[in-house]
Design a protein. Sequence first.
Length: 352
Amino acid sequence: MNPCVLINKEKVFQNTKRIVDMAAAQNISVFAVTKVFCGNKNIAELMVSAGVKGLADSRLENLRRYADLPVEKWLLRLPMISQAREVVAVADVSLNSELETIKALNEAALEQDRKHQILLMIDLGDLREGMLPDQVEPMVKAILPMEGIEIVGVGVNLTCYGGVIPNGENLGKLEEIAKQVETLLGRPLKYISGGNSSSLYLLEKGEIPSKINQLRVGEAIVLGRETAYGEPIEGTYDDAFLLEAELVECKRKGSVPIGEIGMDAFGNKPVFEDLGEILRGIVAVGHQDVNAGGLIPVDPNLSILGASSDHMLLNLTTSTEAYRVGSRIRFKMDYGGMLKLFTSEYVEKKWV
Ligand SMILES: *Cc1c(COP(=O)(O)O)cnc(C)c1O
């Protein structure tokens, strides 16, 4: 089937192991975040074999597939109150910020005769999920009497919505809150979860506050870069995943359309730069499978002109490769590109 994502087993393993080792050197455990590859069980399993201590995903459908894998499963997105029963049945731990939802989880846990573990999410400025610091104490006090719920940690998520970068100050605040919760509970917390791939730069600099003992890492493992500044992580690969798509047309044509310019297939009025006559290629992949802006051609002399639903247009003029119809062209991808490629059922996922 065409097109396909090539998954390099060795590189995925190396990337995972490198980040697990880097974190372990500072007594931090890594949970692999698997949502970007839609909970592909084989990939998750490979990451477990490379040393991650748990699997975390935003969707229950994905976590369900991991039932027989011998690690903790965390639900990352705040639970839907309507799914409280399934959350308790499928996830060992869920991330929470709403008392109403925690009450529903408690009832579901008592019904199922088990204890559900939760992490309290604290908003330290990124303005996505989490309670504000002054809401922590009343929250913990309200949860304490619930027999179906165990608070196992506190966590923060940064650089996701607001773009806020983790540093000694906001993660220091998380440490303080952790201490406060431990005092209220009268016992230590198992997890002080200091964020996602954007916290790794602090790890590299040795500046992560010492009480942080866990990170939830997606992008850095799959794409080999931290996400605070987008820098590559030494010892990892940025091409563990590659898109391969086939050339279905290859012709010399102009670079500016001829005729009155109306709207493109997505209702935008396009503008064009006149590059004269160029060698244009079309590969059989499009917006339905990927956002063209999220791809980086492996051939540095090739550029992406744009895409419609099923066609992606390339400028092949300056490439030294002898492309022709049937050639398979490879692209690296960014996070958004990868998310869309894995979500598209028209794209094959192939191990290499
Ligand atoms: C997606 C997500 C992560 C992982 O983020 P990366 O930048 O891919 O490492 C961690 N925590 C939560 C709550 C998430 O939603």
